[in-house]
Design a protein. Structure first.
Lengths: 110, 114
């Protein structure tokens, strides 16, 4: 099956620091989605990237899709305590099936 | 408000019991999915369905089966529950098409098998 590596597994930052999580695939992707799961909650869709080299922003969140469409990143500028949760990438294979990365758990201390 | 509803938030079953996890969506989505979530392993796809009566194996289908008799309902069945199936089970749905769109998740069903 498709190999998806997400790093780091866990990161603890002070409020105001930046945070980045990376998603790397062994195969070329048709698209990639990102989800956030708050503690005790269920995953919630953040964004979908489709084009090679695409960059999208949502307030303090910046999403990138690599030129080769094999990797992606999510960067949060000036983290806040509300950013706490686990961030998952979900590479799309183009065949309706959606496989998730192992996730990066973010903890933000005030 | 769009919704994916899972029938049980918490279940406790005994080894060998048959377990049904029900999921209903009200968005007229073609695709439905069952994942299990375990610490350190993320979400792993068990089965998915892209149409009524259609099903496809995910990455970890062993020990599970599914049923999709109606478009809005996707059931996960554990024929004979085992302790290693203790987990959080998440149902999701999405629009159809060649590329999977945004997934909408239910609240999850936490299953404990004793």
């Amino acid at each position: 099956g498709q190999q998806v590596m997400q790093i780091p597994q866990y990161q603890h930052v002070q409020e105001g620091e930046d945070f980045t999580t990376y998603c790397n695939s062994s195969t070329t992707l048709s698209n990639i989605q990102w989800y956030k799961q708050r503690p005790g909650g269920h995953p919630v869709f953040l964004i979908q990237l489709v084009k090679s080299g695409e960059v999208k922003k949502q307030k303090r969140l910046t999403f990138q899709f690599g030129e080769a469409k094999k990797n992606s990143s999510l960067h949060i500028t000036a983290t806040q305590t509300t950013d706490v949760g686990t961030y998952f990438c979900a590479p799309g294979t183009g065949f309706q099936k959606l496989v998730f990365g192992t996730g990066t758990r973010l903890l933000v201390s005030p | 408000d769009v919704k994916v509803t899972q029938s049980s938030r918490y279940l406790v079953k005994r080894t060998g019991e048959k377990v049904f996890l029900e999921c209903v969506q009200d968005m007229d989505h073609e695709n439905m999915f069952w994942y299990r979530q375990d610490p350190g392993l993320g979400l792993r796809l068990i089965y998915f369905s892209y149409d009524v009566k259609m099903k496809e194996k995910g990455d970890i289908p062993e020990g599970y089966s599914v049923s999709r008799e109606k478009k809005e309902r996707f059931s996960l069945i554990l024929e004979s529950a085992s302790t290693n199936q203790t987990s959080m089970y998440l149902c999701a749905s999405s629009h159809g098409g060649s590329n999977t769109g945004e997934l909408f998740f239910g609240e999850g069903s936490r299953l404990t098998v004793l």
